[in-house]
Structure formats: structure tokens, C-alpha cells
Design a protein around this ligand. Structure first.
Ligand code: GLA
Length: 428
């Protein structure tokens, strides 16, 4: 039987040490006696995220409930006086260079889009961001729908905030501006038409809490992002993440296609946003779409969005009431939370059609092996799943998934423990 491959998070000290050492090797200062290792002005990091529930709702002005992962992307950075950017990662030998004045859609490729994009967006918003030398290293799995790109954007956003004195990182209100810049980088420079879930999670989540995000336009910061205590350990629970290693891409058109369906449905219904559909009127609303919807796909997309927003509100209410205490699971509430996760996955599979064989297999296997509930997380079309598991069942559930993947000849999945962790910030 294959042993589950665990993907542990680095400690903050270890992450900081890695990028400091890498910075020293990459950027040499000319000392009096010759080149000496360069020293960064500091180290910053930002987490990947898991979305507990509320999928494909952010761009429909709906609700999402993410937590931050303990897995983070680390940045060591030193500002420059000019507008030259030199960046390197643990995976590249030579620093990659661009002038900030030259950053525009299409001018940058690779992971540099996320870095140059955030600097560009902050400058567009009127902030005095100059050039910099920086290196990154990360233990967030890439391309696993755990927001590895948002982790890069947000680690640089907090680094820029500090070294260029923007004064935004100290409050949720200021951080909302960093979220906006990171999101513009993703949408306009990286070209991925995503909503704001990932960047909000990476910049606003708190340790031991979930973040209830309400994307209805125009809400004040404290109504947009509410912190909800989510102490899984004291509830006797764990969140098990399975990186199914099925390749995942948000710029390949499928994600944009789902967004376009929502826009089309809004236009037919004469609505600003699908959030405006009253769940009590869902059936009547879907009937109004029927004449325009021969294949029944628009109605299923709309049904997913409306029911998912309801599920997210109910899940958040259960979390507020508490899924357990003193290490003892509240069976009734946990069972209801699990049922909501399972229903979310079914809706993403059947109505929104964004799951794949690997995510369906991981979810079904987790539930069959004793998870209280499970679902895919993130954009879909591959990527990761999450399961709510009794603390004592984690190893059994992980082993069952590893075995099911091996039995089908699939690439071995990776497993992550995901206690709700802290947002982006300074490490050293
Ligand atoms: C990706 C996007 C988010 C969100 C999710 C689906 O993670 O980046 O904005 O739309 O998919 O919930």
C-alpha cells in the first residue's frame, strides 16, 4: 500500500532563513575586499489559502469562507533608487530583470507577472513604488488551486507596503487596497479573470479563524470581511487537503467561460448580479431563463451560484455556533456542516461542471473512509480537495485516498494539514 505523501509547511523561521540565504547568494554587494553576500532590507511572506465553502461566488457578488494555509511564499527584498526590478526564485539561477516603466499587459511572462503586476498596480493607484532586488521561495504547492499566485502577489504587496512606506498594511481597510492591487495584477497583467477571493484570503485571514467574505459591492470593510473563530483543534477536527496533482489552469478559458455564463444569465434576467436572486424565487427565476437556454446549462450555472451562497451562509452560521469544544465534536452541527460540503461538491460537479475525475475520486474516497464532509476547493478543473475529518481519522482517510489513486494508476496525491493560519506579513 502506498504511504501518503505529506507536504509539510516550513516554519516561519525556516522560510525566512531560506530566502535570506538565497538573497545573499543571488545579489552580491561590492565590499572593500571584494564581493560580499547581499543583505535584504527584510523578509515578508504570504499564505496560500483553502476555501472552506463558497465556490465561484466571488465574481457573483456572493459569499466565500476561506482560511489561510500554514504554507507560505517567502520574499527577501531590498529597495533600489531606480525603477529596475531584479527577481530570482529558488528554482531559477539568474535574476530576471524589467523596468517598472515597461510593465504592461503582455510585457511580462512567467511568475514575474505577479511581482511586476503588483508594483505596477500600486503605482497606477498613485503609490510611490520604486525598483527592487528580490528573491522568493515557497512551500505552497504550485498549480494546485491553493492560491500559489496570490501568495506571491500578497507577499510582495506587504513588502512594498513596508519598504516604500505606503502605510496600508496595518488595518483591514488599508489591506483592502493591497487586495485591490494584487487582484489587478492577476486580472490585468497575468490575464486571469479571477474574483477577489484568493488575494482577500491571503491578506486578511487570521490564525484560528475563518474569513467570511461578502462580495456585494459597496460594503464597508468590516462587512466585507468578517473574522469567524474556527478553532478546529479544540473542536476535535482537522481539515485535510488533498493536492490531487491533476493539472489546473485558470487562464485556459474554462474559468472565463463560467464567468461569461453568469454574465449572460444576468443579462437575460435583467439583473446586476446573480446575488440579487432570492433563493425562495429560484425555481421561478430559472423558468424565466428556459426560453434562452436550450441545453439547460445556464440554469444549472445559476442554480449552483444561488444555492452555494445559501450553503455558505449556513456553514458560516454553524462555525459561529461552534463545531465542537474541549476536543469533543458537536456531532449534530458537524454532520450538517459535512452535508453542506458534500452538497457543494455535488453542485460543482453536476451544475457548475468544474470537477474532474481526480477531485471526484478524492472527495468520494474521503467520505467513504469516514470524513464528515468533503469537496473540491478553488477554481476547479483539477487542483485540490478538502475534507472535514475527526482528528483521530486523518491518517486513515489519507491512506484510503493514496490507495484509491494508486489503484487507478493516477499520480500519487499530496496531503496537507491545514489549521487556519495567519495572513501576509513581515517575518524578519
Ligand atoms: C479561483 C479564483 C477565485 C474564485 C475561485 C472559485 O480561485 O481565483 O477568484 O473565483 O477560483 O471560487
Amino acid at each position: 500500500m502506498p504511504a501518503p505523501q505529506w507536504l509539510p509547511a516550513w516554519s516561519r523561521d525556516e522560510g525566512a532563513e531560506r530566502v535570506r540565504a538565497l538573497f545573499g547568494r543571488t545579489f552580491h554587494d561590492d565590499g572593500e575586499t571584494g564581493p560580499v553576500p547581499g543583505t535584504p532590507a527584510g523578509v515578508w511572506s504570504a499564505p496560500g489559502r483553502v476555501n472552506i465553502i463558497g465556490e465561484h461566488t466571488d465574481y457573483n457578488s456572493g459569499l466565500c469562507l476561506p482560511t489561510a494555509l500554514p504554507h507560505r511564499t517567502y520574499v527577501a527584498l531590498r529597495p533600489r533608487e531606480d525603477d529596475v526590478v531584479r527577481i530570482a526564485s529558488a528554482q531559477t539561477d539568474e535574476p530576471w530583470t524589467i523596468r517598472l516603466a515597461d510593465v504592461r499587459a503582455g510585457s511580462v511572462s512567467g511568475w514575474g507577472v505577479y511581482v511586476a503586476g503588483v508594483a505596477w498596480a500600486l503605482r497606477e493607484a498613485g503609490h510611490a513604488v520604486r525598483g527592487f532586488d528580490a528573491v522568493i521561495d515557497s512551500c505552497v504547492p504550485f498549480g494546485a488551486s491553493l492560491s500559489s499566485s496570490a501568495a506571491i502577489e500578497c507577499a510582495f504587496a506587504v513588502a512594498f507596503d513596508d519598504v516604500f512606506g505606503l502605510g496600508l498594511g496595518g488595518s483591514d481597510l488599508g489591506r483592502a487596497q493591497l487586495v485591490a492591487a494584487a487582484r489587478r495584477a492577476e486580472n490585468e497583467i497575468a490575464g486571469a479573470p479571477t474574483g477577489g477571493l484568493d488575494q482577500s484570503a491571503s491578506l486578511l485571514c487570521t490564525e484560528g479563524e475563518a474569513l467570511l467574505l461578502d462580495f456585494r459591492p459597496g460594503l464597508p470593510a468590516d462587512a466585507f470581511a468578517q473574522h469567524v473563530p474556527f478553532d478546529l483543534a479544540s473542536a476535535g477536527l482537522n481539515l485535510l487537503v488533498v493536492d490531487t496533482r491533476a493539472p489546473h489552469q485558470l487562464v485556459d478559458g474554462q474559468y472565463a467561460d463560467r464567468r461569461a455564463s453568469c454574465d449572460t444569465a444576468e443579462a437575460y434576467l435583467g439583473l446586476e448580479t446573480l446575488r440579487d436572486i432570492d433563493p425562495a424565487d429560484l425555481d421561478a427565476t430559472l423558468d424565466r431563463l428556459a426560453p434562452f437556454d436550450v441545453e439547460d446549462s445556464l440554469r444549472r450555472r445559476v442554480r449552483h451560484v444561488v444555492t452555494e451562497i445559501e450553503r455558505t451562509a449556513e456553514f458560516a452560521a454553524l462555525v459561529r455556533e461552534g463545531l465542537g469544544a474541549d476536543g469533543v465534536v458537536d456531532e449534530e452541527r458537524a454532520a450538517r456542516a459535512g452535508a453542506l460540503m458534500n452538497a457543494s461538491h455535488a453542485s460543482l460537479r453536476d451544475d457548475y461542471e468544474v470537477t474532474v475525475l481526480e477531485t471526484d475520486l478524492a472527495v468520494d474516497t474521503c467520505v467513504a473512509a469516514g470524513a464528515i464532509g468533503a469537496r473540491m476547493t478553488g477554481g476547479g478543473f483539477g487542483g485540490s480537495t478538502i475534507a472535514l475529518v475527526r482528528a483521530g481519522d486523518v491518517e486513515t482517510v489519507a491512506a484510503a485516498v493514496a490507495e484509491a489513486f494508486a489503484a487507478q494508476g493516477l499520480t500519487a496525491p499530496g496531503f496537507l494539514a491545514a489549521p487556519p493560519s495567519a495572513a501576509a506579513g513581515r517575518d524578519a
